[in-house]
Design a protein around this ligand. Structure first.
Ligand code: CP
Length: 301
């Protein structure tokens, strides 16, 4: 695989994604031992300009499991606080480390950084744009739980207008031939252009509805309503109260349904669902470590 930088799921072909998923399965088997020679002598820098729990910590865990040393960049105590540009900052860190993991609020920041850096840049989320390692771990989780991705009925539910994870995931599901239903309030539908492009490129079926009915679905992927993106916060809160997945919603869902969520979850899935055997989102988050080990290892070759 010619992976150096990882900026967008759209830069990958199906064979590249399959290589990452296979490599992640190998890494999962190596988690407890043997993996720590793979990146021995390398330095990985995590540069998070936006808050993160899972992506940051699982990249750090992945780097440590591979035997790499970590250098964490803290924007608030760096010269970013004095006004140093992202470009100059990336040039500096690129001179110190072997791999850069970057989360930044600006769309396109990861590609900009990759153009400047000689070492691999892994996009850990750029604004509302892309979050490719999230999509890779989502696909890994679906394949691990269901044994396949192609032909599965997958419902994506929530704020499909703002969630970058959902856009990348639709593309990834399209690549593998899943059948997708998009469930959102009418005002929070996914961009028509993205749906059209995915349908045309991969020939998959994508339907849209506002009706929260998940009967017959193999996978239900929920994301939160991004209230912070609403000009009227009250409107966002109201929508969240109406658009949530609780045990009542799941009454007519299949017992084999897998409920996924990129997390953090807030009100869209109440805690009562956590103990339902169909809730797989904590297991999904755990898969971030072997998938990010695979990405770091492939990018460092
Ligand atoms: N899913 C995800 O990216 O979570 P964090 O923002 O906590 O990294």
């Amino acid at each position: 695989m010619g992976m150096h930088d990882l900026i967008s799921i759209r830069d990958l072909e199906k064979k590249d994604v399959e290589l990452v998923l296979n490599e992640a399965a190998r890494m999962e088997k190596m988690l407890s031992k043997k993996a720590d020679a793979l990146l021995a002598g390398k330095i990985v820098s995590t540069m998070f300009f936006e808050p993160s729990t899972r992506t940051n910590m699982s990249f750090q865990a992945a780097a440590k499991r591979l035997g790499a040393k970590l250098m964490t960049f803290y924007p608030s105590v760096s010269s970013t606080a004095k006004g140093e540009t992202l470009g100059d900052t990336i040039r500096m860190i690129d001179g110190y480390v072997d791999v850069i993991v970057l989360r930044h609020p600006y769309e396109g920041a990861a590609r900009f950084a990759a153009d400047l850096a000689d070492h691999p840049v892994i996009n850990a989320g750029d604004g509302g744009n892309q979050h490719p390692t999230q999509t890779l771990l989502d696909l890994y989780t679906v394949k691990k739980l269901k044994g396949r991705i192609g032909g599965l009925k997958v419902s994506l539910l929530g704020d499909l207008k703002h969630a970058r994870a959902m856009r990348s995931l639709l593309y990834g599901l399209g690549m593998f031939g899943a059948e997708v239903t998009l469930i959102s309030p009418p005002s929070l539908r996914m961009d028509e252009e993205i749906i059209k492009e995915t349908k045309e490129k991969f020939g998959i079926s994508v339907s849209q509805t506002s009706d929260i009915n998940v009967k017959g679905a193999d996978v239900l992927y929920v994301c939160r309503i991004q209230k912070e993106r609403f000009s009227d916060q009250y409107e966002g809160e109201k929508m969240q109260r109406e658009f949530r997945v609780d045990l009542n919603t799941l009454k007519n869902a299949d017992q084999s349904l897998a409920i996924l969520h990129p997390l953090p979850k807030v009100d869209e899935i109440p805690p009562e669902v956590d103990s339902d055997p169909r809730a797989k989102y904590f297991e999904q988050a755990k898969n971030g470590v072997p998938v990010r080990m695979a990405v770091l290892n492939l990018a460092s070759r």
